[in-house]
Structures are given as structure tokens and as C-alpha cells.
Ligand binder design. Structure first.
Ligand code: ATP
Length: 235
């Protein structure tokens, strides 16, 4: 579904991503693991067209999206839940959700997806008229994911969905990702909670200072002694 070939990203003179190749097949959950500053967010921003690629090629569902602007990438179904959620703070829950359907014009489909999101996240239904700024961290994350679902994603990118959440809510987020996986959704996940991310994903790529240094099935990587020591903090 997604193929990234030899991607590089620079911010001026700073080289953030170097020669990275990653692929995601339909129905897979793939995790990017790496320390702060390893380049994970830069990779997914480059995919979405939010930062420019200095080299490489990206193919999504057989289309070359390397030079496609962000709004057209979204129209193809590559939907990004950004780090920090990036909701519109003074808009209500309902309005934020509807932002996700901005590119759609199938009224009946939008209405049924809206109900499906509220069924999935009953907390959002309870707070439908509340401004996003007044919501808790966990509720905001649900809202950001709900907004993404309103775009009917073919590929869902989740950048640090559990960041800053209390442990119980972190568990909920991983339960939700497992649920998505069972539904057959295709997900590219960035997570600091490497153990949990490996537990819910099929494959993973380990990044270090802008480069892929290890890749394999999540089950294998979770047992790899080097990885456990270097990235999971256990021996
Ligand atoms: P984190 O988990 O902290 O988000 P990350 O793995 O997602 O880390 P990136 O945010 O992609 O890493 O950052 C990769 C490198 O690019 C870092 O050295 C970072 O300082 C640099 N960088 C990121 N954004 C910018 C920017 N807008 N301008 C300059 N340098 C940047």
C-alpha cells in the first residue's frame, strides 16, 4: 500500500532523515521506533506533504505521491494524526470531527461515519458541543483519531498517540490500535512506548539519527537483545 524508497529530509543544513526505505502492506500495522530526534516525525510529515523531501520516492496505492501537496495526499486516503493532536481548540467536538470530512461530499456516508465515531468513542458523544480546548488529554487524542476516521483513511498514521497520557489511557490507546488491527485497518505507528507498540504491530523499523538501523517482525524485534538494551532500556 505504501512504499518509501531512499527518502531524505533536510531542514536547511540539518539532515533529519537519510536514505530511508520503508513499506507498509494492506492490513499491516507497522511501527517506527527510535529515540527522540531519530527522524520518525520527519518521515511521516514528509509522507503527508507537510515537509518537503530532499530525495527519494513515495508511492501510495500505486500512485507516485512524492511531490503531491498535503491536501491531495489526504484525498487519496493517507490520513495523519499528528503528534500533539493539533485540534482546533475553540471549535467544538462536532466541528473538529467534521474537519476530518472536509474533502468529502457524500453526505449520507459522512453522517453514518459521524455516528460510527461517536459509537466508538462514547465520551465524544457526551461532549459533542464542548470546545476541544476544554477536553482532557485522553479525550483530545480520541477526538484527533475520530477526526482522522471521518476522512475514511486507507492508511492511518498515528504519531505518538499515547504521548502525555496517564497509564490507564495509554492502555486504552493500545487496545484501540489492536481493535483497528482486528478490523483490518492499515496503520503506520510512531511510539515511544516501544514494548507496547511492538505488541500491537506486525513489523517495525528501528531508526537512529535519521537512518533505519534494524527491521523485522515485531515479535522478533521484541526479543532482540541489542534492541532491548538500546531502545527498550532492558537487558
Ligand atoms: P521526537 O520523538 O522527539 O518527535 P523524532 O524521531 O520524531 O523525535 P524528528 O522530530 O523527526 O524526530 O526530528 C529529527 C531531527 O530533525 C532532529 O534532529 C530535530 O531536531 C530536527 N528537526 C525536526 N524538525 C525541525 C525543524 N522544523 N527545523 C530544524 N530541525 C528540525
Amino acid at each position: 500500500m505504501l512504499e518509501i524508497n531512499s527518502l531524505s529530509v533536510h531542514y536547511g543544513a540539518v539532515s533529519a532523515v537519510r536514505n530511508v526505505s520503508i513499506h507498509v502492506k494492506q492490513g499491516e500495522v507497522v511501527t517506527l521506533i527510535g529515540a527522540n530526534g531519530a527522524g520518525k516525525t520527519s518521515i511521516v510529515k514528509a509522507l503527508s506533504g507537510l515537509v518537503s523531501k530532499s530525495a527519494g520516492k513515495v508511492t501510495f496505492r500505486n500512485a507516485d505521491i512524492t511531490r503531491l501537496p498535503a491536501h491531495n495526499v489526504t484525498r487519496l486516503g493517507l490520513i495523519h494524526v499528528p503528534e500533539g493532536r493539533k485540534l482546533v481548540p475553540n471549535m467544538t467536538v462536532a466541528e473538529n470531527l467534521m474537519c476530518g470530512a472536509y474533502c468529502r461530499d457524500d453526505k449520507a456516508g459522512i453522517a453514518s461515519d459521524f455516528e460510527a465515531v461517536l459509537d466508538r468513542f462514547p465520551r465524544l458523544r457526551e461532549r459533542i458541543k464542548q470546545q476541544a480546548v476544554t477536553m482532557s488529554g485522553g479525550e483530545r487524542q480520541m477526538l484527533a483519531i475520530g477526526r482522522a476516521l471521518m476522512a475514511r483513511p486507507e492508511l492511518l498514521i498515528l504519531d505518538e498517540p499515547s504521548l502525555g497520557l496517564a497509564p490507564l489511557l495509554v492502555d486504552e490507546i493500545f487496545e484501540m490500535i489492536l481493535g483497528f488491527k482486528k478490523e483490518g485497518k492499515t496503520i503506520l505507528l510512531i511510539e515511544q512506548n516501544a514494548f507496547e507498540a511492538l505488541a500491537v504491530s506486525d513489523r517495525a523499523y528501528v531508526l537512529r539519527v535519521g537512518e533505519v538501523v534494524m527491521t523485522g517482525t515485531s515479535a522478533d524485534l521484541a526479543l532482540d537483545p541489542t534492541l532491548r538494551q538500546a531502545y527498550l532500556g532492558v537487558s
